[in-house]
Design a protein around this ligand. Structure first.
Ligand code: CA
Length: 229
């Protein structure tokens, strides 16, 4: 069955370019030029994934993302945010609006499709299974939230994806190349040292909760997530 992608983008040229590329990649496309039109399309039938532009006339993409996360029917629909470089990118990365990933403009449609496929794969693997808990760390899959005990951990989308992959694949060693493939969707635009950068950030975040030892470096091989030393 074809996956249905909703593109929410006010610039017709970008919308058409994305729609064309997605259809060529065997994805079904629905589009909307603003948040209101998106809500109508979603009420009609929730899509498998939403590509959401940050800057929209009226309600912004971020406001729409929050609203969709807050509604039971759309809480689990994956969202990829399209942002301009700079401040928007920092803000999406720094806060948790329940966004699964973000792609910075200008982007190549090839990279966009790789990201879409990675997010769809993860959504499928999740199967809406709810929360997973290991070693004092809990991930609430549908809500895209991470907790240490009762304390909510603020985490960026890439670190969330990395952590989600680790927690669903514990006690196994993964090389940087494997992590790139699994977490970044095998994007050729990402270098292996990017993995180290995000591992460092993730550890730093977990450090405040005394949970950084969950992510272990396996010298000469890669990384492992484990509650046992
Ligand atoms: Ca726009």
């Amino acid at each position: 069955m074809h996956k249905r992608i909703l593109i929410v983008e006010d610039e017709a040229s970008i919308r058409d370019m994305i729609a064309f590329a997605l259809r060529r990649a065997d994805l079904e496309v629905v589009h909307a030029a603003d948040a209101q039109a998106a809500l109508v399309a979603i009420a009609d039938a929730p899509p498998d994934l939403i590509l959401l532009d940050w800057m929209l006339p009226g309600m912004t993409g971020l406001e729409l993302a929050r609203r969709l996360r807050g509604e039971e029917r759309t809480a689990e629909v994956p969202i990829i945010m399209l942002t301009a470089r700079g401040e928007e990118m920092d803000r999406v990365n720094g806060l948790d609006a329940g966004v699964d990933d973000y792609v910075v403009k200008p982007f190549s449609t090839r990279e966009l499709i790789a990201r879409i496929k990675a997010v769809l794969r993860r959504a499928q693997a999740d199967g809406g299974t709810g929360s997973i808990e290991i070693g004092g760390l809990r991930i609430d899959g549908p809500a895209h939230r991470v907790y240490a005990g009762d304390a909510r951990i603020e985490i960026g989308p890439t670190e969330y994806r990395l952590l989600h992959f680790f927690i669903t694949h514990p006690d196994r060693v993964y090389s940087r190349a494997q992590l790139l493939d699994q977490v970044w969707g095998g994007s050729v635009y990402v270098e292996e040292r990017t993995v180290d950068v995000h591992i460092r950030r993730l550890r730093k975040t977990l450090e405040s909760f005394g949970l950084d030892s969950l992510i272990q470096t396996v010298r000469g091989t890669g990384y492992r997530f484990s509650a046992t030393r």
